[in-house]
Design a protein around this ligand. Structure first.
Ligand SMILES: CC(C)(COP(=O)(O)OP(=O)(O)OC[C@H]1O[C@@H](n2cnc3c(N)ncnc32)[C@H](O)[C@@H]1OP(=O)(O)O)[C@@H](O)C(=O)NCCC(=O)NCCS
Length: 189
């Protein structure tokens, strides 16, 4: 069973089918597809529900965990964050989006701390990494605020909408994780 995580302002819970319309409205914004690789554009009716339905089997197979990010105060869905897990190497890739009306409030960073804690502590991962397009500095800022280290740049590593994109790689090893509040957590062996 995928747990629900709580932070000061957020609840991170599994997606439900009834989130589909909110996902389509928020992730359907061109600005979200523009700096991500997996989000379709245009975001057609039914795509979100199909995506939601395929998350649970992936969680059960140990391949992935995705959380809906919800405001505690209002219950509004504001974004998504997940880990794509490579169990063989005890590592995962972190990915996320926050709906445009909610940008710049520290929500992504707050959710990221909870997901890193979950990854290192509950999933017993050894390494978590993430990529962002060079032209997306807000995402790089989130990664740095999470304590991830810049590990390198890959010129023209991927293609988006017909143009090659330079990408930046960030990563963290479990021994570097200081816990969700910046204190040294007691990680299991
Ligand atoms: C990247 C994204 C998730 C950030 O979400 P958010 O909730 O606004 O993030 P936070 O508020 O936690 O932190 C963003 C930081 O970037 C900073 N920032 C925003 N725009 C910036 C810019 N153009 N240049 C530099 N820093 C920028 C903000 O000031 C903030 O830093 P601060 O807290 O020191 O002020 C959001 O913009 C998004 O969903 N973008 C589209 C999808 C996407 O790119 N996903 C990531 C793919 S790698």
């Amino acid at each position: 069973m995928q747990p629900t995580l709580q932070t000061e302002r957020l609840i991170l819970r599994p997606f439900e089918l009834t989130d589909g319309e909110d996902v389509r409205r928020l992730a359907g914004d061109r600005a979200i597809a523009d700096t991500t690789l997996q989000i379709p554009h245009p975001y057609e009716v039914g795509m979100a529900e199909e995506w939601i339905l395929t998350r649970r089997p992936k969680f059960e197979a140990g391949e992935e965990v995705v959380f809906a990010i919800v405001l505690r105060e209002t219950g509004e869905l504001i974004g998504a964050m997940g880990l794509v897990i490579e169990g063989k190497f005890r590592r995962a890739e972190l990915g996320y989006w926050i709906g445009r009306p909610y940008w710049g409030n520290g929500y992504c960073t707050e959710a990221g701390r909870a997901v890193l804690e979950y990854g290192f502590h509950s999933l017993n991962l050894n390494r978590i990494h993430a990529y962002h397009f060079q032209r997306n500095p807000a995402s790089g800022k989130v990664m740095r605020k999470l304590g991830m280290k810049h590990e390198g740049s890959s010129p023209q590593h991927v293609m988006k909408w017909g143009a090659f994109e330079d990408i930046e790689l960030y990563g963290m090893i479990r021994s570097e994780w200081q816990g969700p509040r910046g204190d040294a957590g007691d990680l299991p062996g």
